[in-house]
Ligand binder design. Structure first.
Ligand code: FE
Ligand code: FE
Ligand code: ZN
Length: 277
């Protein structure tokens, strides 16, 4: 069974997302915990969350992935911005604690002019403040395209963050196919060796989710512009290889392609048809 879904809007509440996912034959989905540009989230409506959990249970959903605001920067040079980011991350984790199948993904951060070494140490320091031992929510670091001064542009940077976090059993990695491709990992012609490298540097047991996207730009462009499945530089056959790869086929695949619901439904149908496992 292919675990596939897409990014959905949380504007109409949590249970509404569960229903929307069902309507497009998805058995997982991703959503922003709040305005993707940051700021306060509405207080959690626990009866709505319960209604979602019932939908997840009754329909055997595999997992739900929350995405922290992409403006969150745990390694800003400004301590006020860092503290704000920590507070948002802590709040997002506490929200996800209500969803048993929940995970939370975030972009590690941008070091701006401080250098990657300082970026990595600030991110690890923040995670050491925010993660707590009773926490059930797995927190995922996303692989980044390396635009600007993004931390997480290669597997080594993510491994280094994980290594410095005490409660790193709470950490996993979300591999974004557009991002790793734009970062220079050739998943089109050398998927096996990219995964071997991931395993050597981070460990495949850390890999908990895939963002399945095509890319508007060529290998190594460091751009991060997502394209619909099959219309970009990665292409349908390489993405079909990703979902069918024996080391990946069990993972949840989240589409973040430029689509409205009917486009996502079409991609899900296409990928289910091409799943051979
Ligand atoms: Fe992301
Ligand atoms: Fe992504
Ligand atoms: Zn992206």
């Amino acid at each position: 069974m292919l675990n596939i879904g897409c990014h959905l809007s949380s504007a109409r509440g949590y249970a509404a997302m569960g229903k929307e996912a069902l309507s497009i034959d998805a058995n997982i989905f991703q959503f922003f915990t709040r305005n993707p540009r940051g700021g306060e989230a509405k207080p959690l409506d626990l009866s709505d969350v319960e209604a979602l959990c019932r939908i997840l249970n009754e329909n055997n959903f595999a997992s739900v992935l929350a995405h922290a605001p992409y403006t969150l920067n745990l390694c800003s040079a400004d301590s006020g911005i860092r503290e704000f980011a920590q507070r948002i991350l802590a709040d997002d984790i506490s929200r996800m604690e209500h969803i048993p199948q929940g995970m939370l993904n975030f972009h590690p951060g941008s070091h701006v002019k401080q250098g990657v070494e300082i970026g990595i140490s600030l991110i690890a320091e923040a995670l050491n403040k925010v993660l707590f031992s009773e926490q059930k929510t797995l927190v995922l670091l996303e692989t980044m395209a390396g635009k600007g001064s993004e931390v997480g542009r290669n597997f080594e940077e993510l491994a280094e963050i994980i290594k410095r976090v005490e409660l790193n059993e709470k950490l996993g990695v979300c591999l974004d196919t557009c991002h790793v491709h734009d970062a220079g990992y050739d998943i089109v012609s050398s998927l096996d060796s990219v995964l071997e490298e991931f395993d050597k540097v981070i460990g495949l047991s850390r890999l908990k989710a895939i963002h399945l996207n095509d890319s508007k730009n060529p290998l190594g462009s460091h751009k991060d512009r997502h394209e619909v499945i099959g219309k970009g530089y990665i292409g349908l056959s390489a993405l079909v290889n990703v979902i069918n790869h024996p080391k990946l086929s069990h993972l949840p695949f989240y589409l973040e392609t430029p689509n409205e619901l009917p486009g996502y439904a079409e991609e899900i149908r296409l990928l289910r048809k091409n799943y051979r496992c």
